[in-house]
Write a protein that binds this ligand. Sequence first.
Ligand code: ATP
Length: 261
Amino acid sequence: MSGLRIRGLSAGYRGREVVRSLDLEGIAPGTVTALVGPNAAGKSTLLRAMAGLIPASGSVVLDGEDLLALDLDARSARIGFMPQSLPHRVSLSVFESVLVALKASGGAGRMDPRARVMAALDRVDLGDLANEPLDRLSGGQRQLASLAQAIVREPRLLLLDEPTSALDLGHQFAVMSMARSLAEAGGIVIVVLHDLVLAARWADRVAVLRRGALRAFGPADDVLTPEVFADTWAVRGRLMRSPLGVPYLDVDAIGRDTPPE
Ligand SMILES: Nc1ncnc2c1ncn2[C@@H]1O[C@H](COP(=O)(O)OP(=O)(O)OP(=O)(O)O)[C@@H](O)[C@H]1O
């Protein structure tokens, strides 16, 4: 019963279906799943539907409970969601913004809320900026603050929408390794990434979304095949590994032909 199972999920905007009857099963606790796919494939829409931010039909079953049937409070107690775009002109300090996220959806639990906020900020390397106004941070720092808001309640299911897009190399590494350690503590992490090397390096499984449907799901080396590069991203490419197993991409042309063996 534990784990995540999505069946027949459809979601979209004003009558336009973007995610189409999507099935994604067998996401186990303790794992990181990278959600990848071209622009406008529906990755953010899928996360928003799971987080309850847009209407959706179908089922999203977490540990035997259908999240779509829960009210927003109950759902947000189980899910941490880090959106792709961050709100501007928020007149809160970094600390206050994470405290608000902690207190929204049912309070802070038994531990001192201020200690929990500081622990989340330290985890994303923002402890020194706790009192800084949010709108004075750099883009990458704001992304880290948004991540702290998503993890502060230690949710069972963490949904991260392009969490590394504005981050330098060191912080990319730190965020992905934090995603791994949150999963290793028993949670489930689903992370939208455009960087397929990061996906192959850090995720247990890669889910490829194409035109609102699941194109492939499995370990990166099984999923990121020349055929998938060709029909999903319209490039000739393949996932390679160095002798030490470090992944890299070999992309050499635009076009739907698969590369010669
Ligand atoms: N708020 C919205 N209202 C109407 N249509 C939207 C909205 N958000 C997204 N869409 C449309 O839904 C489709 C999927 O968008 P979505 O943001 O889910 O794709 P994505 O895979 O996350 O893309 P990207 O990699 O570019 O971020 C696009 O055609 C987009 O125009």
